[in-house]
Write a protein that binds this ligand. Structure first.
Ligand code: C2E
Ligand code: MG
Ligand code: MG
Ligand code: MG
Length: 282
């Protein structure tokens, strides 16, 4: 009796757990299939030199066109992809697709664009990110120096971050810290990392008003970037007042709806056919 009671308890426990994990399991299972079935898409958002208005590059942002769920934004699948490890396959696909797109832009007469891809902090320590970047660039016939990786601030806490960054940069690939200021990182560790750029996240930019920019978090990040010799990219620039404030603070590069929302590659091609300088800035 005691034995079968134990079994029953186990069974009840399992059933409760199963209900909790089912939705997540299905999401992860569907995501794995999504990579294999070609359901991922990449949107590109222009990055703009704030002094000249010249489009200097693009950020590649993943979307999932699911047959059953519809168009899924990263917030709906990147967290599950990270906790299950599927994110590496997604990132590898995005890296490959971005390289193929650079080549397609070259062939369309839009030579020399750069593209930034997002990768998880954990991936930098695995040693195979540099291999994946090199292979993708070679297969597409593009110079790896046209690629940049964006990594979360948490990377600065990882023990293998510096080695991983050095490997990637040895290829000529640039390294940016994404959403800088939203996580917690030790500034002394950050200072030891061989980085290229800091990105100010959308929430810090949203708080910027032209008359109250001094002393803001954006101001602090720009000053830090300048003192470390890093370029600073502001994300989520939506209003002319934010643009003016960022320029006054000495921010190099901007990204946001003011310049252009993330769009499919052919829309970028159409945009840049009209010239590489955006009138919203110049
Ligand atoms: P992120 O890398 O910080 O990307 C910036 C986010 O801001 C994007 O959200 C972009 O669409 C959004 N954005 C662009 N302009 C504006 C603006 O003017 N105002 C505001 N409020 N937001 C703007 P999205 O595309 O939903 O991506 C969310 C996050 O998902 C990304 O944040 C990135 O961390 C992650 N992600 C996206 N694609 C990938 C990927 O291929 N791999 C990995 N590992 N993560 C990805
Ligand atoms: Mg990013
Ligand atoms: Mg960001
Ligand atoms: Mg982010």
């Amino acid at each position: 009796v005691a034995k079968s009671g134990g079994k029953n308890r186990v069974r009840v426990f399992e059933r409760g757990m199963r209900e909790e994990v089912t939705a997540q399991d299905e999401l992860v299972r569907d995501l794995r299939a999504a990579v294999a079935n070609g359901e991922l898409r990449v949107l590109y958002q222009p990055q703009v030199d704030l002094r000249t208005g010249v489009v200097t590059g693009m950020e590649a942002l993943a979307r999932w066109q699911s047959p059953s769920r519809g168009l899924v934004e990263p917030a709906g699948f990147i967290p599950a992809a990270e906790s299950s490890g599927v994110v590496d396959a997604i990132d590898d696909w995005v890296i490959g697709e971005a390289c193929r797109q650079l080549r397609a832009w070259d062939d369309a007469g839009l030579a020399g664009l750069g593209v930034a891809v997002n990768v998880s902090a954990r991936r930098l320590g695995t040693g195979d990110l540099a291999v994946a970047l090199a292979a993708a660039a070679r297969d597409a016939g593009v110079d790896p120096a046209r690629l940049e990786i964006e990594v979360p601030e948490a990377v600065a806490a990882g023990p293998d971050a510096a080695a991983g960054i050095r490997e990637v940069r040895a290829l000529g690939v640039r390294v940016a810290i994404d959403d800088f200021g939203t996580g917690s990182s030790s500034l002394s560790r950050l200072q030891d990392l061989p980085l290229d750029r800091l990105k100010i996240d959308t929430t810090s930019v949203a708080l910027l008003a032209a008359d109250a920019a001094a002393g803001s978090l954006a101001d602090a990040v720009i000053a830090l970037g300048n003192s470390l010799g890093l370029q600073v990219v502001a994300e989520g620039v939506e209003e002319p007042g934010q643009l003016a404030a960022l320029r006054a603070l000495g921010c190099d590069t901007g990204q946001g709806h003011l310049f252009g929302s993330p769009v499919p590659a052919d829309a970028v091609t159409a945009l840049l056919r009209g010239g590489r300088v955006l009138t919203a800035v110049a």
